[in-house]
Design a binder for this molecule. Structure first.
Ligand SMILES: [Zn+2]
Length: 310
């Protein structure tokens, strides 16, 4: 299908160097590039003198050293975490040990739904199950530091505990992996849930901050409009799934082949999970049926709507 999102893949950070990307916001990229992480995880330093670090990143000695080097002579008072995937939170214990900062997040890692047989191994590989914040933030919580004010915005979907953070002074949002300029977000059950994800997009679309600083890649500009294009993109994908099912029942590999033309083979697994996420949502809404709980191996068909009584 045609892609309706105008991506911006510009990115000029190099690992190890802190660069100011917004007023009193510095970014340091980790050297963990890949098909899901783009050029690497971006950690942010908020403020000057007494600072906060947002998403310390993977447990990578070089990245942690670069981050601590960038704040040499300053005090790190607070650490914020957007979500508990292994490219975002595992550096927390070492950064906390070096700084004594207080750690904030929505909560420990948790699933969007119970695990089906065969799903557990994949989850251990991607999630940081060790993480636990010092302070669990509720939606709308505000944390103030020296010259900065952070508002917590719960944005489940990519993970159940995903949190975006608005920085009031700069009128921007740290959007984590929920909204990124270079790519769509991954919504992969059982970590992620499409119905939550769409609700979280609608929540951000109603806000006015024009700039988002994401967990990967460069800034999102004209953010409310970009979020609308993200919403339309998912609606389009859902329409493609329904369109294919109009031709008859199908399994997930069949749907992926029909919908993702020219897909990078490394992303087939992620695309399959994304389709599963849509199907879970469609089954919950009664539009699609399958045998038992929606699963990666299931066969899906349009729900037959009973004819209105004569
Ligand atoms: Zn990430």
């Amino acid at each position: 299908m045609s892609d309706d999102i105008t991506y911006n893949r510009a990115f000029d950070l190099v690992p190890g160097q802190a660069v100011e990307v917004a007023p009193d916001v510095r970014a340091v990229v980790a050297n963990n590039p890949g098909p899901f992480t783009y050029k690497g995880t971006v950690s942010y330093i908020i403020g000057r003198g007494k600072v906060a670090i947002l998403d310390p990143g993977p447990d990578d000695e070089t990245h942690i050293a670069a981050l601590l080097d960038a704040v040499r002579g300053e005090t790190v008072t607070d650490i914020f975490v957007t979500h508990t995937h292994r490219d975002h939170s595992p550096a927390v214990p070492r950064v906390k040990a070096a700084t004594g900062a207080t750690v904030y997040a929505e909560g420990p890692h948790r699933l969007a739904r119970p695990v089906h047989i065969g799903e557990a191994g994949r989850l251990d590989a991607s999630a940081d199950l060790e993480f636990s914040p010092d302070v669990a933030l509720a939606d709308g919580s505000v944390v103030s530091g020296n010259g900065w004010t952070i508002e917590a915005i719960t944005t489940p979907g990519h993970t159940a505990n995903h949190m975006a953070y608005a920085l009031k002074e700069a009128d921007l949002i740290f959007s984590g992996d929920h909204v990124m300029a270079w790519s769509t977000s991954i919504v992969a059950p059982p970590d992620g849930a499409m119905s939550d994800y769409m609700a979280s997009l609608a929540k951000l679309a109603s806000r006015s901050e024009p700039v988002y600083l994401p967990g990967h890649g460069g800034a999102v500009r004209d953010a409310p409009r970009f979020v609308q294009s993200y919403i339309r993109h998912r609606q389009g994908r859902e329409a493609s799934i329904l369109h294919r099912l109009e031709k008859g029942a199908a399994d997930i590999p069949t749907l992926v082949r029909a919908i993702y033309i020219g897909l990078d083979p490394r992303l087939i697994g992620a695309a399959s999970l994304s389709v599963l996420a849509h199907l879970e949502d469609l089954v919950a809404r009664g539009l699609v049926s399958t045998e038992g709980a929606p699963s990666i191996g299931g066969t899906y068909r349009l729900t037959e709507v009973p004819l209105p009584a004569a």
